[in-house]
Design a protein around this ligand. Structure first.
Ligand SMILES: Cc1cc2nc3c(=O)[nH]c(=O)nc-3n(C[C@H](O)[C@H](O)[C@H](O)COP(=O)(O)O)c2cc1C
Length: 224
């Protein structure tokens, strides 16, 4: 609330109470967030996209550096260039496997680049003015990690609105840097597809196809 005249005084609103019902729904959101590779072609309303980008932009970042730089890839020629580049990288990746495993790999659908209505290249500005270097003197990677946080915020916000996100990493960042003519301080973190998913899933596709199961919590939790 802002006073009409005199010094501007901002009164903080009460913090929201995230009760048990919200927490149970949040848990469901985690469980139903999926990496999506099959998209419907319906467009994403502009307002919804802007809300999602605002959500990404609330992410935590080292020193509050906000190093995410987002390129919205709308140009059809650029999209096709990315899709065919990823197809080439994917074909190369298949050769790293042999025999039945190679067959299994080739059957996986690992991107929805020709269907996803929205495509975003998330870059990290490795020399941002914001944050004045705080927190990253000994761990420069924290800038990239901050961008991952922004992508994850977008991922959850998208799912909460019935939208799906697919992260594509089978690519050579240098090819995209050249295509988008990015400044030399920018490094690619993720190429993101966004749109309405063909179907909702509570199980990762790589689990369903028996490529990789979720590890038990006890395998990844250590005590010292
Ligand atoms: C950094 C990162 C890169 C990924 N790259 C790809 C990719 O190139 N292609 C793909 O199909 N999935 C990719 N994924 C999605 C993972 O395969 C997926 O998150 C994992 O199988 C678990 O499934 P879920 O996200 O549906 O829970 C990526 C995920 C992350 C976090």
């Amino acid at each position: 609330m802002v006073q009409a005249s005199g010094p501007r005084v901002t009164v903080k609103s009460d913090p929201p109470l995230f009760g048990p019902r919200f927490n149970s729904e949040l848990q469901q959101l985690f469980r139903w967030r999926r990496d999506v590779r099959r998209f419907r072609c319906d467009p994403v309303p502009e307002e919804a996209l802007m809300e999602l980008l605002e959500a990404a932009h609330t992410a935590p970042s080292v020193g509050n550096s906000q190093p995410w730089r987002i390129i919205r890839v709308a140009d059809l020629a650029n999209r096709e260039a990315v899709a065919s580049h990823v197809d080439r990288c994917n074909a190369d990746a298949a050769h790293k496997y042999e025999g039945a495993e190679q067959e299994e790999y080739r059957k996986l659908k690992l991107h929805g680049l020709r269907e996803a209505p929205v495509q975003l290249a998330f870059y990290c500005d490795r020399a941002p003015d914001a944050g004045r270097g705080l927190g990253r003197q000994t761990m420069a990677q924290t800038l990239e990690w901050s961008v991952v946080m922004a992508i994850h915020s977008l991922w959850l916000a998208a799912r909460a609105r019935g939208l799906g996100l697919g992260w594509v990493s089978i690519l050579d960042p240098a090819t995209l840097d050249k295509l988008f003519e990015v400044p030399s301080d920018w490094g690619l973190v993720g190429y993101i597809c966004l749109g309405y998913p063909m179907e909702a899933e509570d199980q990762p596709e790589l689990e369903k196809l028996k490529w990789q199961q979720r590890l038990p919590l006890s395998d990844i939790l250590f005590q010292k």
